[in-house]
Each structure stands twice: as structure tokens, then as C-alpha cells.
Design a protein around this ligand. Structure first.
Ligand SMILES: *Cc1c(COP(=O)(O)O)cnc(C)c1O
Length: 363
């Protein structure tokens, strides 16, 4: 099999060791004679898998016991609706920070349930930065404030957590789909965190929700059972069948992450990987990254070529060199390199080497 490096934004590359382990355990998990795919979600084998995933997550991200962890389906997109359905708690407004296309989707869904106050937006800067907190205008009557910690398409990332005044009883809700567990995080600064698994955690089909327990139990009347966090909390994510195989693979990914040294260690690697690519892009005028330096994502790096007529040749030659899925999102064009936890440093080294050669040949 050819060695390739996969820069897809999601579903995305997984650690090779994890895939090898899954292959070895495919037909017979730990001597039980079954594949994980064939197990009852209520049996003792799968129970040990999901409990071990929860424990590893709690230890890795230091999640206190008053936060409940849910393993759900429906993708991060389902949370765009579940958040307002559950967290309005009798209020009629919610604040959103508008930083790009994913924030926009969350905003549009929330509008079906409440009045949305856009507390800050980087639209004027064409979503190339994160609006600084001194420019936010928070509505104190809002039930919560929602942000997108990493815009997967635009390539902008929060490198800070907002500080709300102490007398604000307004939980921060964060869509962390594309940067969760890429760096240490202080869960206690948030009321609710959600993340689709297929960027930085595992395969598609699983969405992770971390919710402060006092915020659950207030779903608005008429909320369908499956959209009520309290139902999932009461049933330990087993009200209905969880995405069992995705839970299993995510568990293997977290064990891999612990072997890498945990979040502090992976953050240092992520800083080095992204700096290698950004520094190269900035060092030559053949490539360009539009994002403000202070707000550049370590996970998703969009860039353009000096002449977009070269895009197709770039992608074809990259692929011939084993560097795949570099095409930018259809809405922005150009290129995008996603450097999630599972992308090894060697992949970035090879990408930069290729980009250098391509620039030299086509300058
Ligand atoms: C991919 C993504 C989503 C949507 O995830 P689905 O699992 O496809 O619903 C939402 N938010 C962000 C930041 C994403 O990167």
C-alpha cells in the first residue's frame, strides 16, 4: 500500500496505529468471538468500551463530575437545534458570535427557536479573524452565548476563552468539532461543549456533548424525546442505540492520544506542525493565507496560489506525491490543509517540500 498523507477536513485521517488495532480486533474483540459491530450495546463487553472511553476523556480533558458526557448521533449539526431547544430555559434570546460558515449554520438553526443577538461578527473582515472581546455586545437577557472555537472552512480559531463578568449567569456554549482535544481546555469555563467526532476524535456518526448538569432538564415543551439532553443523561447515552463502532474507534483514538502524552504534548506538536506550514506560506509570495496571524487555526489552514489557474495542476501533482484531499472548500476555493492530531509531522514536512518545488517550477 502506498504511503499517503490525507489532509481532508473531515472525515479525516486517523492514527495508523488505531486502524491497525481495529483491523487486528475486527473479527474477535479481546477473545469474545465477536466484532464490536456485532455486540449488544447493553452487553458487558460494549459497556466496558464506552465506560473506558468516558474515563479516558475525563482524564485527558480534566472534566469534573458535575459535567455529564453524552455520546449521541445526528452530527454536530443536530446540536445547532438541540442547544436552543434545551438551554433557553424560558428565555427568548440567545447570543451568537458570528465567525464564519459553521457559526452561520448554528445561528440560522437557533433562529427557529428564539431571537438571535449577534453579539459580534467578523463578517466585515470576510471572516478572516476572531472579533476581540472588547467589541462584543452581549445581551444580558440572553440564555447563553454560542461560539465556534474553530471555523473549519475559514481557518480561524479562538486561542482564548471569553471572560464573562462574574454576575453574568450566561453559560458559554462552544462548537468544538474541529479543534477539540487539540490543546488543553478548561471545561469549567463552558456550560456546554459539543463536537462531531469525524474531525479530531474518530469516525463519523458520533457527536460528543459535554454539559454542566444543572443546565439540563429544561427542554422546551414539545421537545422530541431524542432531543432532550436530560433523557440521554438519565440513560447514560443508552436511551437508544449509540453509534457503537464509532464509540469504539474513538476510544482507541483517545488511548493513542494518552500515549502521545495527552493534551499538553499534542498541543506542542500541533503548534510545530502548523507553524511549519504557515511560516513557509508567509515566506514566499507564491502562496497566500488570508487569515489574521493571531487568529490562524492550527487545525485547518486555507491558502491560495498566486494564480488560481495553477490550482488543478497543484492538486494533481500533490496527489501524485501522495498528498491528498488538499482542495479547498467549494465556497472559498484554493487549498486547505487540515492538520488534525492524527496528521504526523512527516506529512507536513512532505507537503512543504512539495509546495516549495511546485512554486520553484511555476514561479
Ligand atoms: C463539520 C462541522 C460541523 C458539522 O458536523 P456534522 O457532523 O456534519 O453535522 C459543525 N461544526 C463544525 C465546526 C464543523 O467543523
Amino acid at each position: 500500500m502506498n504511503q499517503i498523507y490525507n489532509f481532508s477536513a473531515g472525515p479525516a485521517t486517523l492514527p495508523k496505529e488505531v486502524l491497525q488495532q481495529a483491523r487486528d480486533e475486527m473479527l474477535d474483540w479481546h477473545g469474545c468471538g465477536m466484532s464490536v459491530m456485532e455486540m449488544s450495546h447493553r452487553g458487558r463487553e460494549f459497556t466496558s468500551i464506552i465506560e473506558s472511553l468516558e474515563q479516558d476523556l475525563r482524564e485527558l480533558a480534566n472534566i469534573p463530575s458535575n459535567y455529564k458526557i453524552l455520546f449521541l448521533q445526528g452530527g454536530a449539526s443536530s446540536q445547532f437545534a438541540m442547544v436552543p431547544m434545551n438551554l433557553l430555559r424560558g428565555k427568548t434570546k440567545a447570543d451568537y458570535i458570528h465567525t464564519g460558515q459553521w457559526a452561520d449554520k448554528a445561528i440560522n438553526e437557533a433562529k427557529r427557536f428564539c431571537f438571535v443577538n449577534i453579539a459580534a461578527s467578523s463578517e466585515d473582515a470576510r471572516f478572516t479573524c476572531i472579533p476581540p472581546q472588547d467589541q462584543w455586545s452581549i445581551d444580558r437577557d440572553s440564555a447563553y452565548i454560542h461560539l465556534t472555537s474553530n471555523e473549519t472552512i475559514g481557518g480561524v480559531e479562538f486561542h482564548w476563552t471569553p471572560e464573562l463578568p462574574l454576575d453574568h449567569d450566561m453559560p458559554i456554549v462552544a462548537d468544538m468539532s474541529s479543534n477539540i482535544l487539540s490543546r488543553p481546555l478548561d471545561v469549567t469555563r463552558y456550560g456546554l461543549i459539543y463536537a462531531g467526532a469525524q474531525k479530531n476524535l474518530g469516525p463519523a456518526g458520533l457527536v460528543l456533548v459535554i454539559i454542566r448538569e444543572d443546565l439540563a432538564g429544561f427542554a422546551q415543551p414539545g421537545t422530541p424525546t431524542l432531543f432532550d439532553y436530560q433523557v440521554h443523561i438519565a440513560h447514560d447515552s443508552m436511551y437508544n442505540t449509540p453509534p457503537t463502532y464509532a464509540v469504539y474507534i474513538t476510544g482507541l483514538v483517545l488511548k493513542w492520544l494518552r500515549r502521545q502524552g495527552g493534551l499538553e504534548a499534542i498541543e506542542q506538536i500541533n503548534i510545530r506542525k502548523s507553524a511549519l506550514l504557515y511560516d513557509f506560506i508567509d515566506s514566499c509570495d507564491f502562496y497566500h493565507c488570508p487569515v489574521a496571524k493571531a487568529d490562524r487555526s492550527r487545525m485547518n489552514i486555507p491558502f491560495t496560489l498566486k494564480d488560481s489557474a495553477l490550482d488543478t495542476a497543484f492538486l494533481e501533482q500533490a496527489e501524485a506525491n501522495g498528498l491528498v484531499q488538499l482542495k479547498g472548500h467549494r465556497s472559498v476555493g484554493g487549498m486547505r490543509a487540515s492538520l488534525y492530531n492524527a496528521m504526523p509531522m512527516e506529512g507536513v514536512v512532505q507537503l512543504v517540500e512539495f509546495m516549495k518545488e511546485f512554486a520553484n517550477k511555476n514561479a
